[in-house]
Design a protein around this ligand. Structure first.
Ligand code: BG6
Length: 299
């Protein structure tokens, strides 16, 4: 499909006052969503939610002002969709190819009470190990943000083995005033300590240096308390056994060309998925559903 055909078809998905299709940064196609409670922006590139904001609150998601917006490059911030592997892989793009692809918009709908749902489809790979899966993603915007990643093994024999993750960057006022709860007692792999297995002892996790932890076998709701912004963010999940908490801190930030040197103070990633030992093995004709709901309230 040529870009112009794609664009023409996309206008059909517009819903006056609710869903607008336009060129975003880097000339990439963007969907602007307005609901009675909130606004959101989603790029077809990566089916990437780059913004969500309730009318009464500052933005909930962090997107770097240094992010690249270009095909073949990952957007830094918002919600990268990570599939079919998490982290680096020799000769392949880090965190998989889903965040680098132009997804198809298949449906835009308004619910009677005013929420908007967008349904995306990842164009199938032709040939190779990933040709036998179908990947759909539904983003629902109301007074909260709901995400649903549905992966189907389309073969009639053979297992589909993959990792997935909704790699969400949350905006915070100042990382020094943030605590993260819900992970006490959970086993994790500490990437900044040579992947050492550890157990979380903190009720309220505070971040004062580089943090890169993969919490395993946890389906718990996680809360981010931002005492400076006076906001609590709640991340509820279904179909996710892993939670990743990441902040690059100062030295790593300086090495990242698509991230400002001081931006580590304004973000924290709390990522919901199935990674490492929690990777998914799907039987023939089976589907897995990863659901995340992100809500917030003033405190
Ligand atoms: C996190 C990983 O999920 O993503 C980190 O745990 C990684 O190790 C980070 O550095 C960012 O990855 P990328 O590929 O977007 O730079």
């Amino acid at each position: 499909m040529t870009p112009s055909v794609l664009r023409d078809n996309l206008q059909d998905f517009e819903i006056p006052g609710r869903v607008t299709l336009l060129k975003g940064k880097g000339d990439l196609m963007k969907i602007d969503v307005h609901t009675d409670w909130s606004t959101a922006q989603v790029y077809l590139h990566g089916a990437h939610v780059t913004g969500f904001q309730k009318k009464s609150e500052p933005p909930l998601l962090f997107t770097s002002s240094f992010s690249r917006f270009a095909s073949g490059q990952a957007i830094r911030g918002g919600i990268p969709v990570i599939f079919p592997w998490f982290g680096p892989r020799a000769g392949e793009p880090a965190h998989g190819f889903a965040r680098l692809k132009n997804w198809e918009l298949r449906e835009a709908t308004v619910a009677p009470e005013g929420g908007v749902s967008l349904r995306f489809h990842l164009p199938s790979e032709t040939g190779g190990a990933w040709a036998s899966c179908s990947v759909n993603y539904v983003v629902t915007i109301t007074d909260s943000l709901s995400l649903e990643l549905i992966i189907t093994n389309t073969t009639d024999r053979g297992q589909l083995i993959f990792e997935n993750c909704l790699h969400t960057y949350f905006a915070v006022e100042d990382i020094a005033a943030v605590s993260i709860s819900g992970l006490k007692g959970v086993d994790y792999l500490d990437k900044v300590d040579n992947h050492m297995p550890k157990i979380e002892t903190a009720q309220d996790i505070r971040i004062a240096s580089e943090v890169d932890r993969t919490y395993l076998a946890t389906t718990a709701t996680v809360e981010i308390l931002d005492s400076k912004l006076r906001r609590k963010i709640r991340i509820k999940k279904i179909g996710s056994a892993s939670t990743v908490v990441w902040n690059p801190w100062a030295a790593k930030a300086q090495q990242m060309t698509d991230f400002g040197d001081g931006e580590y103070r304004q973000m924290v990633c709390v990522e919901s998925g199935n990674v490492g030992p929690n990777k998914i093995e799907l039987g023939p004709a089976k589907s897995s559903v990863l659901k995340v709901n992100i809500s917030s309230e003033a405190i």
